[in-house]
Design a protein around this ligand. Sequence first.
Ligand SMILES: Cc1cc2nc3c(=O)[nH]c(=O)nc-3n(C[C@H](O)[C@H](O)[C@H](O)COP(=O)(O)O)c2cc1C
Length: 339
Amino acid sequence: MNVSPSPRPIPPDDLRLSVAPMMDWTDTHCRVFHRLLAPHARLYTEMVHANAVIHGDRARLLAMDAGEHPLALQLGGSEPDLLGAAAKIGAAHGFDEINLNCGCPSDRVQAGRFGACLMREPQLVADSVAAMVESCDAPVTVKCRLGVDDDHDWDRFVAFIDTVAGAGCGMFVIHARNAWLQGLSPKENREVPPLRYDWAYRLKRERPHLQIVVNGGIATLDEATAHLAHADGAMLGRAAYHDPYLLHRLDVAWFGGELRTRSELLRAMRPYIEDQLARGVYLKHITRHLLGLFAGERGGRAFRQVLSEGAHKPGADWSLIERALEVTESFAGERVDAA
Ligand SMILES: Cc1cc2nc3c(=O)[nH]c(=O)nc-3n(C[C@H](O)[C@H](O)[C@H](O)COP(=O)(O)O)c2cc1C
C-alpha cells in the first residue's frame, strides 16, 4: 500500500455533521438557514463545474454569506488543469474545502465524463486531486460511491481510494451505494442501489489515517449517531432539506446548547431575509428552503401553504413569514422537543 497521510486534516469537530451538496437546493440562502439551525455543521455548495468557476459569473456561482463557514465548494470536472485552476479560485474566494464530485450519475455528467464515472478512472482522479492540492492551501476532498453499475469489488473500491489518497486527498465522503450509470435516473440512483454502510466502516478500520464521512439514507438522530461509532462523520442530504429541524436536534445532541423552537430559529432569520429583500432578492427564493421546518408537526401543512401561496406575490416580505408562523402556532401550540 502506498498512501501518504493527509497533508491537510480537517478538525474532527468540523466533520461530524455535514449537509450534502445538492443541486438546486443548497444555494447560499439554504445554507444560511442550515447554519442557523446547526452552528457546527459543515456545509457544501451545489456542484459547480470547474469551467463555470473559471469562465462563468463567479459572483453568482460562488456567492456565500460570511456566516456560512465551515463551507466547502464542490467542483465537477475531470480535467486536472481546469480543476486546479478552479480550486485556486475557490480557495481564494474563501471556501474552507474543495471537494471533487465522483458520485453524480446524471446523463449530462456522464456525457462530460465526470461525476460517478470517474470511479472507473482512479488515476485521472488522482491527477485532478494532485493539481488541486498543488494550486491551493485548502483541504482537497472527494465524494464518491462504492462503485459503478455491478462492480461490487472491495479491492477495486479500495484501490480507487488509495490511488486518490496518495495524491493528497485525506477525506472521503462515501455515499455508501453503487451508482448505476445505465437505466436509472439520478433520483432512482439515490434510492435503488442498496446501501452498504459496512464498506465505509471497513474503509475507516483499514485506513484509519483517512477521514471518512458516511452518506446515504440517514434519516433520524439515532441513525446519524450510530454512524459516529464507525466513521468520522455523518452527512445528511434529503432528510436535512425536508426536515431541517433534524439538523438543529443533531447539533444540540452532539455539540451541546439549548434546543430552540422552530419559530425562534426562523425569527432569527429575519435580519438576513430583510437584508436580502433590500438587495432585490425575491422572498420566494428564500422561503422555498424553509418549507420543511414544521415537517411532521401539527400546522406544518398550513405553514407550507401560507408560504407557498404568498411568497411569489409582488412585494411579499417578512410579514408573510410572521403570518405563516401565526397560523402554524394557532394549530399546534409549538413544542420544543419534537422528538
Ligand atoms: C436534489 C439533489 C441534488 C443533488 N446534487 C448533488 C450534487 O450537486 N453533488 C453531489 O455530490 N451529490 C448531489 N446529490 C446527492 C447527495 O449529495 C447525497 O449524496 C444523496 O442525496 C444521498 O444522501 P441522502 O440519502 O442523505 O439524501 C444530490 C441529491 C439531491 C436530492
